[in-house]
Design a protein around this ligand. Structure first.
Ligand code: NAD
Length: 315
């Protein structure tokens, strides 16, 4: 993997809405020259691979196929998207239990074959599943992390940009903490092309709370209207894969098992903006959070820790 060169082998575990769309996004963006879909539903993986192979006639020579965990042996990046969605009446904890069991079986498959990959977890609840896969595979935390709040950051940037009639790529704001209800937007040091973002939002007649409500409710609205969300997260995944394959040193808000490096928090996966390159996570970007944001981050990490204790029995 060389800087600016995006060749490499990517294994995508789970060929459902998210897995297939991740593969499609990687193809469209010319990320990776070999993509393999792995799924317990073998026909699903094989059918998606064939459909995507047909698409490659139009624009790329990247190879895409279905396969099994032995394909992880020489993978540069493994993207984990397998899991089940929440059933009506099912609690978040029950969903975490089901998907943690699936994650353990996936971790066993990765561990059996993979040599030195970077693993990117998408399956929900992503902070918990990242924790499970990192612990079960034993891959260092900086090489086994999750998409975390990268999607929430994208949603927040979109909401700000739509409010201000500006390009979302000029919105310099990050969401930290849980990919879920306790996420924390870091307004205190956010800017739009250098101008203080909070002031711009307020001057536009909206409040930051309103913008956050749009951000947080966005995912639920999509699920209510079309059953699942996958385009946003697939582009977040593609950004992370590009950072790794292209050795970009790109900053992405991803969830990493903490090792006491920030606020003394450890043994829980939670999101901060990190610099990502071919080695995985290099280091976090020291956002100048105010006291309330730091407290919110700590509370968010604490909530995730409670789930880890309840679901996984970790003390
Ligand atoms: P889906 O049901 O369409 O696809 C899931 C796939 O996983 C299925 O094809 C299924 O056969 C496969 N699978 C199940 N168990 C498996 C196993 N043990 N090994 C291999 N494959 C297995 O679901 P989806 O819409 O693609 O969503 C997938 C996951 O991504 C869910 O957990 C969802 O909540 C999550 N998601 C995360 C984010 C995020 O921001 N982190 C955003 C959207 C969706």
């Amino acid at each position: 993997m060389e800087k600016g060169c995006y060749t490499g082998k990517i294994v995508v575990v789970g060929a459902g809405n998210v897995g297939a769309t991740v593969a499609y996004t990687l193809l469209l963006r010319h990320l990776g020259n070999e993509i393999v879909l792995v799924d317990v539903a073998k026909d699903k993986a094989s059918g998606e691979a064939l459909d995507l192979q047909h698409a490659t006639s139009f624009y790329t020579s990247a190879g895409i196929r279905d396969g099994d965990y032995d394909e992880c042996a020489d993978a540069d990046v493994i993207v984990v998207t397998a899991g089940v969605g929440r059933k009506p009446g099912q609690t978040r904890i029950e969903l975490a239990q089901t998907n943690a069991a699936i994650a353990k079986s996936i971790a066993a498959g990765i561990k059996q074959y993979a040599k030195d990959p970077v693993v990117v977890v998408i399956s929900n609840p992503v902070d918990i599943i990242t924790y499970v896969i990192q612990k079960e595979t034993g891959i260092p935390a900086n090489r086994c992390f999750g998409s975390g709040t990268s999607l929430d950051t994208a949603r927040l940037r979109y909401a700000c940009a739509a409010q201000l009639d500006m390009d979302a790529r000029d919105m310099n704001i990050y969401v930290v903490g849980e990919h879920g209800d306790s996420m924390v937007p870091v307004w205190s040091c956010a800017n739009a092309a250098g101008a203080p973002l909070k002031e711009l939002i307020e001057a536009s007649g909206a409040s930051c709370e309103e913008i956050m409500t749009r951000t947080v409710d966005g995912g639920a609205e999509i699920i209510r209207k079309k059953g699942a969300t996958f385009y946003g997260v697939s582009n977040a995944a593609a950004k992370i894969v590009a950072a790794i394959l292209g050795d970009e040193d790109a900053v992405v808000s991803v969830t990493k098992v903490q090792e006491g490096e920030f606020m003394g928090i450890s043994d829980v996966a939670v999101s901060l903006p990190y610099i990502v390159n071919k080695t995985g996570i290099v280091k976090s970007v020291p956002l100048a959070m105010d006291d309330a944001e730091k407290e919110g981050f700590k509370t968010s990490a604490g909530k995730l820790k409670e789930v880890i204790v309840e679901v996984l029995g970790v003390k």
